[in-house]
Design a protein around this ligand. Structure first.
Ligand SMILES: *Cc1c(COP(=O)(O)O)cnc(C)c1O
Length: 765
């Protein structure tokens, strides 16, 4: 976008005056933020958009967008110009570092949706997002006495200058017990320096009728008032669960609200353009981001029949439009709804699900494995696989497991339906924006082509040795910045010459933060015994939110916070190690962490992490992976070489065999240091008035499936490889591995992912 400094500043001034009666020099940060954002919006939305024959709608209950302002300025090509213009009047973009993240998602799945929108716009692929405008996003996390506390996330505190409410596109969503108005808020998605603007449409729920005080006073309106209350509640809050199913009716309402509003809107536009409904697949396709939006299938069937189609005609259209992405094989995450609850709330939609089940049986699919409705439970994944045109997993190993296990019967029936599309991340936010110094260094060597064609990073390979000094200097500066930020926000001092060993991601037992924690206690014991005089000083950095109802995950947080207090407070030990669990890990924190890390911990039990995208962020920022052969780690090793990373642990093929005879207590008998570490959970070393640590120990040693995720089994190999990595740290060999990973990160661009989706599934343009 062309940038005219004087025009920009005069727009900012005009908006400040009109909206806030303020002037640039004295406006508050919030006023300035809104005025700058609106000034950019005015200019950017003037760009003419190409008309596409066909568009894809990405239906997702989550979009973990993070902060918009810096990324929008970067993509519009005016980041430096806007900073220069503000500097000339004594202001700076820096004060917008306090703007709230738009955290309308939990973790990887929601962040993936955000990366895909950015990449599609940058690749000129007509992809639009459809989601929910939660009033409160993912909770804000603090620690009190080492325990996690949750507070509401008031993400609109700074205003929402990047959204436009489009009242004329409002629709009514009908539930059996109430009608709700859905009002869309449109957020532009700017492609990287290409003039493309796609759209993210987030629906907000409102009462259909304004509150009627007169009726309420006459006591007639009590029911109406209740309805109005319920209607606004639908979008109140994002469910804070990651990889678990919560069978709450409000969640079901949210899911239906999202898909009904979106499909009504899309069909209305399709008809208004003069097209026939039977031609919908020529103009539209829908990508279902996990099972959360799968009610879109029966809803489309219902809507098409309400326009006069037969069920079979509608089914033919739906099966050409829908595609389904599976994100997990964890049984506790696969969505199932109680058939009675669903039919109570949405009888017409349930009728369509029943019709799908009948069609499936009429086709002769008599195996119960295929059933959409079985024992009064609706299996959303089966509905999605049955009707969708394509079904994809998110990394090679994950798609393999879908074919051989999770959906093996479906794969036998429809082998061509299944495709793999390995996840990716946008290199704009995850390198250009979060580490401009490193980006400049790369530009200087190989030009700027990699900004939009990430595989060009491989041109760096011949320069790896030559780049080492600059790379070390930049990494050091990033570590200093992160250390200052952590000192300010967490009150923990991390010397920047320590190794920064980072594990940041949602807290889940399968991700095995506990394995990392035990290794810290192992090193701690060695240092206390005086056996680790040559232990390289290391800072162990964690960041993770636990779902508020996930007891064991919260216990792990408490455990690591107690370890941090023990280690950091021990003068004998804190020369060798520090431990910090940062509060409120989110996209903006991630941007600071991934460019300052020396080690990327990706240590899930093999077979459990579908892909991971955190692993890709670290790789792109020049960080070696300490990880298992799981998810996209496998492909990271294929691209960068196994020898350039630090791989340990049971493989997916070994896991099933190990579990047959697994006895965690036996492992402890052969490993006294590990045994000590496990005992420390309950021997009084740590304070824990809630008794969480005892239950945590119990989950490893007793119950019907002790140590489900083989933490103790993988411990010896983990520590062996971790010690080797810590020993190699700081050598030229180590730094070369970092840069070779960076140079091999091309495959993990979300640009490649969205182009794969387009080539294999959407076939737009
Ligand atoms: C990338 C990202 C994730 C996903 O991390 P994984 O390590 O792949 O689980 C989760 N949360 C935030 C804030 C992220 O930026």
């Amino acid at each position: 976008m062309p940038f005219d400094k004087d025009q920009f500043l005069s727009s900012v001034s005009r908006i400040l005056r009109a909206e806030y009666a303020a002037e640039i020099p004295t406006a508050t940060e919030k006023e300035l933020y809104n005025a700058v954002s609106r000034a950019v919006m005015e200019q950017a939305l003037e760009q003419k958009q190409p008309v596409h024959a066909k568009r894809c709608a990405y239906f997702s209950a989550e979009f973990l967008m993070g902060r918009a302002i810096f990324s929008n300025l970067l993509n519009l090509g005016i980041l430096e110009e806007a900073e220069g213009a503000l500097a000339s009047v004594g202001r700076s973009l820096n004060c917008f570092e306090d703007v709230e993240d738009a955290a309308l998602g939990n973790g990887g799945l929601g962040r993936l949706a955000a990366c895909y929108l950015e990449s599609a716009a940058s690749c000129d692929i007509p992809l639009d997002g459809y989601g929910i405008r939660y009033r409160y996003g993912l909770f804000r996390q603090t620690f009190e006495d080492g325990y996690q506390h949750e507070e509401g996330d008031d993400w609109l505190k700074w205003g929402d200058p990047w959204s436009i409410p489009v009242e004329r596109d409002a629709v009514v969503v009908h539930f059996d017990d109430l009608d709700v108005k859905a009002v869309p808020y449109d957020m532009p998605i700017f492609g990287y320096k290409n003039g493309v603007v796609n759209n993210l449409r987030l629906w907000s729920s409102e009462a259909v009728q304004p509150f009627d005080f007169a009726a309420f006073n006459e006591m007639k309106g009590e029911r109406k008032a209740e309805e109005n209350f319920l209607a606004t509640k639908i979008c109140d809050v994002l469910y804070p669960n990651d990889n678990t199913m919560v069978g709450k009716i409000l969640r079901l309402r949210q899911q239906y609200f999202l898909v009904s509003a979106s499909l009504q809107d899309i069909l209305k536009k399709h008809l208004a353009a003069g097209y026939a409904l039977k031609d919908l697949p020529a103009h539209r396709c829908f990508q279902l981001n996990d099972t959360h939006p799968v009610l879109a299938i029966p809803e489309l069937l219902r809507l098409l029949q309400s326009h006069g189609m037969t069920f079979e005609e509608a089914f033919a259209v739906a099966s050409k439009c829908f595609n389904f992405t599976n994100h997990t094989i964890l049984a506790e995450a696969l969505e199932k709804w109680d058939a009675l609850a669903l039919s109570d709330l949405l009888p017409d939609v349930f009728e369509q699900i029943v019709a799908c089940q009948n069609r499936l049986e009429a086709e002769g699919l008599s195996k119960e494995k295929y059933f959409i409705i079985r024992d009064n439970v609706v299996h959303m994944a089966n509905l999605a696989v049955y009707v969708s045109s394509k079904v994809n997993g998110v990394a090679e190993i994950h798609t393999g497991i879908l074919k051989s296990e999770t959906f093996a019967d479906w794969y036998e029936l429809y082998p061509k339906k299944f495709v793999n599309i390995t996840n990716g991340i946008t290199p704009r936010r995850w390198l250009l924006l979060n580490d401009p110094a490193l980006a400049k260094l790369i530009d200087g060597k190989i030009g700027e082509g990699w900004h939009t064609e990430l595989s060009e990073l491989k041109k760096l390979k011949p320069f790896v040795s030559e780049l080492l000094p600059d790379f070390k200097r930049i990494k050091r500066q990033n570590k200093e910045k992160l250390a200052a930020y952590i000192k300010e926000h967490e009150g923990v001092e991390l010397p920047p010459d320590f190794i920064f060993d980072v594990q940041v991601k949602r807290l889940h037992e399968y991700k095995r933060q506990l394995l990392n924690a035990f290794s810290i206690l192992y090193f701690y014991q060695k240092i206390k015994r005086g056996e680790a005089k040559d232990f390289p000083p290391t800072a162990f950095i964690f960041g993770a939110k636990a779902a508020p109802g996930y007891y064991m995950a919260k216990a792990v947080i408490k455990f690591i916070n107690e370890i941090a207090a023990l280690v950091n407070g021990d003068e004998e030990v804190n020369r060798y190690m520090r431990v910090v669990f940062v509060q409120n890990y989110n996209v903006s924190y991630a941007e600071k962490l991934v460019c300052a890390a020396d080690i990327s911990e990706q240590i899930s039990l093999a077979g459990m992490e579908a892909s991971g995208t955190g692993n890709m962020k670290f790789m792109l920022n020049g960080t070696v992976t300490l990880g298992t052969m799981d998810g996209a780690n496998v492909e990271i090793c294929e691209e960068a070489g196994k020898d350039n990373n630090y791989i340990f642990g049971a493989t997916v093929d070994e896991v099933a065999e190990i579990k047959r005879y697994y006895c965690p207590r036996e492992i402890l008998e052969t490993n006294p240091d590990l045994k000590r570490a496990v005992e420390m959970l309950t021997d009084g070393t740590f304070s824990d008035e809630l008794g969480m640590l005892e239950k945590l120990q119990g989950s490893l040693l007793s119950g019907h499936d002790p140590d489900r995720y083989l933490v103790l089994y993988d411990f010896p190999d983990y520590v062996r490889v971790k010690e080797q990595l810590l020993k190699e740290y700081g050598t030229d060999e180590y730094y070369k591995k970092c840069l070779l990973n960076l140079a091999a990160a091309g495959k993990f661009s979300a640009d490649r992912s969205v182009k794969d989706y387009n080539r294999l599934i959407w076939k737009l343009k």
